[in-house]
Design a protein around this ligand. Structure first.
Ligand SMILES: NC(=O)c1ccc[n+]([C@@H]2O[C@H](COP(=O)([O-])OP(=O)(O)OC[C@H]3O[C@@H](n4cnc5c(N)ncnc54)[C@H](OP(=O)(O)O)[C@@H]3O)[C@@H](O)[C@H]2O)c1
Length: 332
C-alpha cells in the first residue's frame, strides 16, 4: 500500500516520505479501513517536528491520527457487521499506536471507529476525532451544561468551533466566544455563539460579566490556559469550572491558589487520547449524533492530496488555518 511516514523528527519537507509498504492485516478485534481522508492536527505536526519530552520512539511513524474511510476487512473477534460501513476514526496514531491514517489502509480496534452519518462526507469525518471529541470532553468535563454560561476561548479554532456548536446544542444559557478578529467573530457566531469578545482589544472578563448580567461564566473551554488565566479567573462565577486543552501563550503560568479557591473553581487539564475510556466513548457517540444533525458545520481549512502532505503539514504550522487541514486519499 501507499503510505506517508517519517523515520526521524524534523521539518515536514526534510522527513516526510511517501512510499510503498506491506498492507497490514487486521488482528484480534480489529478492522481494516480503506482510508479516504485523514485530518492533520497541531499535535500531528508537533510529534513529527519533535516536542519537548516526546522523542521518536519507533523506527517508523505513519502520522495523521484522525481519518475516515470504508471498512473492508475484519479480524478475528471483530464484528462482521462493520464490513462495508463508512466510518470515522480517532486515536489512529496515539496511545501507543504508530501507524496512523496517512496511508491507503489502517488496521485498528473496532472501538476506535464509528459509523459516519449518511450525510457526512469522508473529509468532514476526518475532522471529528481530535477536534470535535476534545471539544466535547472539555465541554462536559464538569457535568451538564444546560442553563450554564459557557465561554469558549478561540471560538473560531478547530476545537473551539466544535465547542461553540456543541454548547449551543447542549442547552447552555449563553455561549460566549473569544476571537482575535471580526472575521473569526463571524465564524463563531455562525456556529451558534451569542456574542464574541475580541481578546486582543477588549477586557474579556468585564465583557463576559456584562454579557451575563453580572453572573459571570460557569464553564470555560480554554485553548490557552496560561495566556487566558488572568481574564478567566475574573470572568468565572463562584463554583465555576474550567477545562483547558492547551496553553501555548504561557506554558508555565503562575497560578494564584487563593483566587481559584475563593471561587471554588474546578479545574481540569486534559489530553483526549488518554482520557478514561468511558469519557471518550460518550464523546465518540455524542459527536456522531451531532455530526448527523442538521446544520452541523465542519470547517475544512484546506484539502490536499496525500502526495502534497508536506504542504498540508506546513499549512497547519503556519498558524493561519481556519478549521482542520484534510488530506484526501485516492481509492487504491
Ligand atoms: N489536549 C488535547 O487533547 C488537544 C486536542 C486538540 C488540540 N489541542 C491543542 O489545542 C491547540 C489548538 O488546536 P486547534 O486545532 O483548535 O488549533 P486552531 O484551529 O489553530 O485554533 C486555535 C484558535 O485559538 C485561537 N487562540 C490562540 N490563542 C488564544 C488565546 N489566548 N485566546 C483565545 N484564542 C486564542 C487562535 O486564533 P488567534 O491566534 O487568531 O487568536 C485559533 O483560532 C493546539 O495547541 C493543539 O495542539 C490539544
Amino acid at each position: 500500500m501507499k503510505a506517508l511516514w517519517y523515520e526521524k523528527q524534523g521539518a515536514a519537507r526534510d522527513v516526510l516520505e511517501l512510499g510503498e509498504m506491506p498492507t497490514p492485516q487486521p488482528g484480534q478485534g480489529e478492522v481494516r479501513v480503506s482510508v479516504r481522508a485523514s485530518g492533520i492536527n497541531p499535535s500531528d505536526v508537533g510529534l513529527r517536528r519533535g516536542m519537548p519530552g516526546r522523542p521518536m520512539q519507533v523506527p517508523r511513524f505513519i502520522p495523521h491520527s484522525d481519518g475516515a474511510g470504508v471498512v473492508e476487512q475484519v479480524g478475528p473477534g471483530a464484528d462482521t457487521a462493520w464490513l462495508g460501513k463508512r466510518v470515522w476514526i480517532y486515536n489512529g496514531a496515539r496511545a501507543g499506536r504508530c501507524f496512523g491514517n496517512a496511508a491507503d489502509y489502517i488496521c485498528l480496534s473496532q472501538d476506535l471507529v464509528c459509523e459516519l452519518p449518511e450525510q457526512t462526507g469522508f473529509a468532514e469525518g476526518a475532522t471529528l476525532g481530535i477536534p470535535a471529541m476534545t471539544a466535547h470532553c472539555c465541554l462536559y468535563s464538569h457535568g451538564d451544561i444546560r442553563g450554564k454560561n459557557v465561554l469558549v476561548t478561540g471560538g473560531a479554532g478547530a476545537v473551539g468551533h466544535y465547542a461553540v456548536q456543541l454548547a449551543r446544542r447542549g442547552g447552555a444559557a449563553r455561549v460566549l466566544a473569544t476571537v482575535s478578529s471580526a472575521a473569526k467573530a463571524e465564524v463563531a457566531i455562525g456556529g451558534g455563539a451569542d456574542d464574541c469578545i475580541n481578546y486582543r482589544e477588549q477586557d474579556v472578563a468585564a465583557q463576559a460579566r456584562e454579557l451575563t448580567e453580572g453572573h459571570g461564566i460557569d464553564h470555560i473551554v480554554d485553548v490557552d490556559f496560561g495566556g487566558n488565566y488572568e481574564a478567566g479567573i475574573r470572568a468565572l462565577a463562584v463554583n465555576g469550572s474550567w477545562a483547558a486543552y492547551a496553553s501555548s501563550g504561557n506554558r508555565a503560568p503562575t497560578v494564584m491558589v487563593p483566587a481559584l479557591m475563593g471561587k471554588n473553581i474546578n479545574l481540569q487539564f486534559l489530553i483526549l487520547n488518554s482520557l478514561p475510556h468511558v469519557v471518550r466513548k460518550r464523546a465518540q457517540l455524542e459527536v456522531n449524533t451531532f455530526a448527523g444533525s442538521d446544520g452541523a458545520i465542519h470547517n475544512i481549512a484546506g484539502r490536499f492530496a496525500l502526495e502534497d502532505s508536506v504542504a498540508a503539514h506546513e499549512l497547519v504550522e503556519s498558524g493561519t488555518k481556519l478549521g482542520t487541514v484534510v488530506v484526501e486519499h485516492e481509492v487504491p
